[in-house]
Write a protein that binds this ligand. Structure first.
Ligand code: ZN
Length: 306
């Protein structure tokens, strides 16, 4: 650790701690979990912020300029940050896309089997894929602070165990939902990895990015679909305006099953109960998954509730 005080010849100063600038709340949690004591984390986006639409502020640009490492998501999630990230790259600032080592075969695209279709960036919803991102970011943090390698690896092992534990628990909750009700209707197409891993059919009002708004035809189709399929509840997302989903719920005669965390984690200081009755902070990956899975399982009538 660069800023360890005590045995160093010169006094430890704050600016000796490596500064890691992250874009999304998921990455803020990941870097905090792996190296929260070794680095200073600056997170550009907060809870409830939509990364598809996020434009960097002048304060963000100066944070990026003084970063020792930038951790961004990639797969075009931060669509409006490309220029700022390129600029930092030209200045020689080290950076890593957390998603850069995911094998192509695990990624989903918007066009069936289409190689050139847009890649779905919402990979944090797959425990298997998020574990790959943990490894990618872990290696980069060790490169940044080699003296803390043992600590960072230990934190990574604990995090990977937690991800596995939550995956198993989530499957249990979802298998308690009656087969015909395993349908997840949300504001935008963020839950395809989640659905694939947990066995839920997913339908989003908007596409994979929130940058294109849903038209009236999309809304009418979704109302028809909900009625035909006898779907008991639909869901709003914390980073997307809920107005359209509220109207659709009213028109289809179903209730809003709750608010899910899709493209941003929850607020600090709140928690949800997950595996073995443990409490998980909503501003962590585990808290996000546990909250989402319990909210969905409860609204869709799971018999295996925690
Ligand atoms: Zn999204």
């Amino acid at each position: 650790m660069l800023a360890a005080g005590g045995c160093s010849d010169k006094p430890a100063m704050e600016n000796e701690v490596p500064v890691v600038v992250v874009t999304t709340t998921h990455l803020s949690d990941l870097v905090h979990s792996l190296a929260g004591k070794q680095v200073k984390v600056i997170s550009l986006m907060g809870p409830g912020v939509d990364p598809h639409l996020y434009k960097p502020t002048s304060r963000d640009l100066s944070s990026l300029a003084k970063a020792d490492l930038i951790v961004f998501h990639g797969l075009l999630l931060e669509g409006r940050m490309a220029q700022a990230l390129e600029q930092a790259d030209r200045r020689g600032i080290s950076s890593v896309a957390a998603t850069s080592e995911i094998p192509k075969t695990l990624l989903l695209h918007d066009g069936e089997e289409s190689e050139d279709g847009h890649t779905d960036p919402h990979v944090w919803f797959s425990p298997e894929i998020w574990s790959i991102c943990v490894h990618t970011v872990m290696k980069k943090l060790i490169e940044l602070d080699p003296e803390s390698e043992a600590e960072i690896r230990k934190n990574a092992r604990e995090l990977l165990e937690e991800i596995e534990e939550i995956k198993i628990w989530s499957l249990e909750q979802v298998t308690g939902i009656p087969q015909g009700s395993r349908k997840l209707v949300t504001s935008h197409d963020a839950f395809r990895y989640f659905g694939k891993d947990l066995g839920l059919e997913v339908i989003g009002l908007q596409g994979m990015s929130t940058s294109v708004e849903a038209g009236l035809a999309d809304r009418a189709n979704l109302v028809d679909f909900i009625k035909q399929q006898n779907i008991p509840a639909i869901f709003v997302e914390s980073s997307v305006n809920p107005a359209a989903m509220n109207e659709i719920a009213k028109e289809s005669g179903v209730f809003i099953g709750g608010e899910l965390f899709s493209d941003a984690l929850g607020p600090p200081g709140e928690s949800a109960i997950g595996p073995a009755g443990k409490s998980f902070q909503l501003n962590s990956w585990g808290g996000m998954m546990v909250h989402n899975v319990s909210t969905i399982a409860e609204a869709l009538g799971s018999r295996n509730l925690p």
